[in-house]
Design a protein around this ligand. Structure first.
Ligand code: UDP
Ligand code: MG
Length: 333
């Protein structure tokens, strides 16, 4: 029996691009099914992340027209990572394997063939890795590459140039469901699941329509969240810096004492003030970094649901149905 594939596609205000990309996803699904690589029960699962435009209406009508389309709608906008998690957790019990992909046509869907081949060869996780960044602006390319390098430097191990275009088997997803944290950074967490994994390389295109939801501010927030949810290296760096400053201070004290004994005290308030300002700045920065981790603990202890599914459409054998208040209580996903 060929495996049942669910292509999980998060969508936020994407009414412009969905009519262009949904037929592409469908064609790919049908081609894979005709080649006997996946089951005809396979589906494209759209996750409406609390869109304010007609995205959900569009998803519902697609699901009404073709049984290969299905959708879930979140009760409000929760951000790309949570939307993707909602889709994957929903799909894991309905299929054998999932592929997550953005809905804007940037990721080359032909890489799915190679992903499925790798899965059929025994891989549980297949990372889609961008072979180059020709389609990016100079700014996006530089910031994105800096982002991966900085993440790795800070101790967050991520696959270089891999975003969230990846294949995961339901076995890997069921293990992943045990990761209960609310600060999620999927591309850094998935490698922790382990299992046999591999990468396929593809070229990333321009967005087919609509505009990016990741301006610099959100990119920085994602990077910061990635580092603090995966690594405590920044706190270690603060500790090391503390040691360094303490060591330099000891040398400074010894030097001042010797100079005092030799009757040639060192003068100059400018140097004193600059050192004070420098240390004051470092202290505030360090407090900020530590505060960031304390904030994370605060959010984790509350353990609020990461998403709430309000509606489902095109489920196997089902009509569009409303599920008010269905949420991912611990242990329920
Ligand atoms: N997205 C989402 N929720 C959000 C923002 C984005 O589900 O709050 C989806 C969006 O519809 C798209 C994917 O996440 O399918 C990636 O977003 P985008 O293309 O805007 O990011 P970029 O490719 O520019 O980094
Ligand atoms: Mg995009």
């Amino acid at each position: 029996m060929p495996p049942v594939l669910y292509i999980v596609v998060p969508c936020y205000n994407e009414e412009k691009v969905l009519p262009l990309t949904s037929p592409m996803f469908l064609k790919k699904l049908l081609d894979l099914a005709s080649a006997g690589k996946i089951s005809r029960e396979s589906r494209i699962l759209f996750v409406n992340d609390g869109s304010k435009d007609g995205t959900w209406k569009l998803i519902s009508s697609l699901a009404g027209l073709n049984p290969h389309f299905a959708g879930i709608s979140l009760s409000r906008n929760r951000g790309h990572q949570n939307a993707l998690l909602a889709g994957l957790m929903h799909a894991k019990d309905l299929c054998d394997v999932t592929i997550s992909i953005d809905c804007d046509g940037q990721d080359d869907i032909d890489a799915m063939d190679r992903m499925i081949d790798a899965y059929l060869d025994g891989a549980d996780i297949v990372y889609g890795v961008r072979s180059d960044r020709k389609s990016d602006t100079f700014f996006k390319r530089t910031t994105a590459q800096g982002f991966y390098k900085f993440l790795n430097l800070m101790g967050a191990e991520v696959v270089y140039n891999h975003a969230d275009y990846r294949l995961m088997s339901s076995r890997a997803l069921k293990e992943f469901a045990k990761f209960r944290e609310v600060n999620i950074f999927l591309r850094g967490m998935v490698p922790m699941v382990g299992f046999k994994s591999t990468s396929v390389y593809y070229e990333r295109h321009e967005r087919l329509a609509g505009k990016s939801h990741y301006p610099l501010k959100k990119m920085l927030a994602l990077a910061f969240n990635g580092i603090t949810s995966l690594s405590i290296k920044p706190i270690r760096i603060i500790t090391c810096f503390g040691f360094l400053v303490a060591a330099v201070s000891v040398i400074g004290i010894i030097w001042s004492v010797i100079m005092g004994i030799l009757q040639s005290p060192t003068g100059g308030w400018a140097s004193t003030v600059s050192i004070m300002c420098f240390l004051g700045g470092i202290q505030l920065l360090s407090l900020g970094v530590i505060g960031e981790y304390v904030g994370k603990i605060y959010l984790e202890t509350k353990a609020r649901p990461r998403y709430i599914i309000s509606e489902v459409t095109g489920e196997p054998g089902g009509q569009t149905k409303e599920e008010p208040g269905k949420e991912n209580e611990p242990g329920k996903e």
